[in-house]
Structures are given as structure tokens and as C-alpha cells.
Ligand binder design. Structure first.
Ligand code: FES
Ligand SMILES: [Fe+2]
Length: 323
């Protein structure tokens, strides 16, 4: 008897969530005292800013009777108060007050996620075991520098796993087929000595709009692209991902350009990003994640990407990514 394997589907082949830094909000969207609901990593979370201005990200459901703290929960000083019976949790998740009881049970703790604020965004350090950050977030010095424009923003809800979106940066061939780019410039992928930061350099100095492109991928959900057109003519864009679940990822894009080229590159580049993502959309919305892709000899950068990405996973099944 021949055993026929089940067809791959969106649900039976997607890996877990890779560890790393991911954005959950833009700083400007979270005012002092504000409480928000965040969906990330297949969890419901509550995000709030304390009275002293610190962003805090915790599991949304109260350990008492399960009320959702992000719906009508209130910031009280450096803590959050549950809307159901008034239990209060501090920024470490310790219950610090039960209004009608002297005693606080030891298990009254709310899971708290490592959070940081930089580059105008609030980030979570995600690790499946919720252990502390293993590397620092990069900082983009162009933000707030007077030689650069103020940032332009856009964001997209992409129907794909965060790893599959990141894989695009190491996929030069798709630029020809999906983005209709006639002359895809030669590109090279390298990895830093630390093994973690991946770079893609491509030389498009022969193109209509000559540029040197340098993409830095810090982790599967965090990348920066720098286009250099001349000594004082550069553009920097970075994107940070918020994996909502295994099939949906919110991408936040931030763009700054040298002031000298704002009029020719500012809005046009942003429109270019949006139309580029629109090209990718139908592929992402309908593909499955290939756990064991069949690669051809020329797919060297994709093979490199698959080897690189293994380090962000804990379990062996998610690490078996390459052919
Ligand atoms: S459910 Fe939160 S205090 Fe009761
Ligand atoms: Fe693409």
C-alpha cells in the first residue's frame, strides 16, 4: 500500500515564532496613562504607559478571573488596575493590591514581557521561554538629525509568517518576476562574525536611478535598507514586524531621506515601497511555508538565509529548515 502524504497547508507547515526584537506600537500612539490591546505571537497582551512614561507589555488576562486588562483597565501610577475587581499589578507583574483583601496570593502574577523604546517605536523582546534579551536593538542616528527629513510612516498587515517576509530580502530572482524589474542588480549576501547580522549589498550604479543598496537584517523581524545615490544623498528605511499569529504580520515602515533629495526621493520612495508590497501581496497571501524547499544550484542566497534563520528558533523541528 502506498501512503500518500497530506498536502501542505497554511496550518500544518508554519514554524513557531523566531526570537528577537519586534515592534508593538509607535511611541506616538501610546500616551502617558493610555492602555492598549496588542495581539502578538498568538497571544492577547496589554500595553500601557505608566505615569512616569515607561511602556509596559503584559499578558492581557487577569490571573484572578480572567478579565481582559486592555479593555477598561486603568493605569494607576506605575501599575495597572483590573476593571473587574480592582486587583492592581505593578510593572513586573506582581499583584500589589487587592482592594478587599489584606492578603495577596503568591500566584497572583501577570506575565510581563521585556520591552524597550527606541527609534520612535515600542519593542518587545520575544523569546518562547520569555528569557531576557540576547542582543541590543540597533539605534538609527538619522532620526532627529537636522540633515535628514522627519520620518514618513506606513504600515501593512501582511498575510504571511514573519520568516517568509524576511526571506524576500535574500531572494533576488523574485524582483524580476514579482516586481517586474528588468535588470536585477548583482547582489551579495554576507554575515557578520557574530553570525547574527546579515547584509545584502547590491550595486545598482548602472541603473536609471543609480544607487548602492545595503540591507542589514538584524533578525527575522527587523531590517534596515540604506540607498546611497551620492555623498549627501541617501535614504534610510527600516521596517519592524509584529507577528500577530503564524499567518499574519504587521509591518511598520519608517523612511528618512537626506534633506537635499527630499523633493525627488521622499514621497516617491514611500510610494515605491507601497507598490512593491502590493506586488508581493498575492504571493504571500496564497503561499505555504516550505519547511524543506527544493533549491536549485543558483539559489545560494536563499540557502544562506535558511541556514542563518535557524539560530532564532529553539526547537529542532523549526531548525530543520534547509534542504
Ligand atoms: S478578574 Fe481581574 S480582578 Fe478579578
Ligand atoms: Fe518583494
Amino acid at each position: 500500500m502506498t501512503i500518500v502524504e497530506a498536502c501542505e497547508s497554511k496550518t500544518n507547515t508554519t514554524p513557531a515564532f523566531p526570537m528577537g526584537w519586534y515592534s508593538v506600537a509607535r511611541s506616538q500612539e501610546l500616551l502617558v496613562g493610555e492602555v492598549k490591546s496588542v495581539q502578538a505571537f498568538d497571544r492577547e497582551m496589554v500595553l500601557y504607559r505608566t505615569r512616569s512614561g515607561v511602556p509596559v507589555l503584559q499578558d492581557a488576562y487577569c490571573p484572578h478571573l480572567g478579565a481582559n486588562l486592555s479593555v477598561q483597565g486603568r493605569v494607576v501610577g506605575e501599575s495597572i488596575r483590573c476593571p473587574f475587581h480592582g486587583w492592581r499589578y505593578d510593572t513586573n507583574g506582581t499583584c500589589v493590591e487587592i482592594p478587599y483583601s489584606e492578603e495577596i496570593p503568591e500566584r497572583a502574577r501577570l506575565r510581563t514581557w521585556h520591552c524597550a523604546e527606541k527609534n520612535g517605536e515600542v519593542y518587545i523582546w520575544f523569546h518562547p521561554e520569555n528569557t531576557g534579551p540576547e542582543w541590543d536593538l540597533p539605534e538609527f542616528p538619522e532620526l532627529g538629525d537636522s540633515k535628514w527629513t522627519s520620518p514618513r510612516y506606513t504600515e501593512f498587515l501582511v498575510p504571511a509568517h514573519v520568516q517568509d517576509i524576511a526571506e524576500n530580502s535574500c531572494d533576488p530572482v523574485h524582483f524580476q518576476f514579482v516586481h517586474k524589474m528588468m535588470d536585477v542588480p548583482p547582489s551579495k549576501v554576507t554575515i557578520d562574525d557574530d553570525g547574527r547580522t546579515l547584509h545584502l549589498n547590491s550595486d545598482a550604479t548602472g541603473a536609471d536611478f543609480p544607487a548602492e543598496l545595503h540591507a542589514t537584517v538584524y533578525s527575522p523581524g527587523f531590517a534596515m535598507v540604506r540607498n546611497t545615490y551620492g555623498p549627501d544623498a541617501q535614504m534610510v528605511m527600516y521596517n519592524s514586524a509584529q507577528p500577530i499569529n503564524k499567518h499574519e504580520t504587521r509591518m511598520r515602515w519608517t523612511l528618512v531621506v537626506s534633506k537635499s533629495i527630499e523633493d525627488i526621493a521622499g514621497d516617491d520612495v514611500m510610494e515605491g515601497i507601497i507598490s512593491g508590497l502590493n506586488d508581493d501581496y498575492p504571493i504571500w497571501a496564497n503561499k505555504v511555508h516550505k519547511h524543506r524547499p527544493v533549491f536549485c544550484k543558483e539559489d545560494t542566497t536563499l540557502v544562506m538565509f535558511r541556514k542563518w534563520v535557524r539560530q532564532f528558533y529553539l526547537t529542532s523541528s523549526d531548525k530543520q529548515e534547509t534542504a
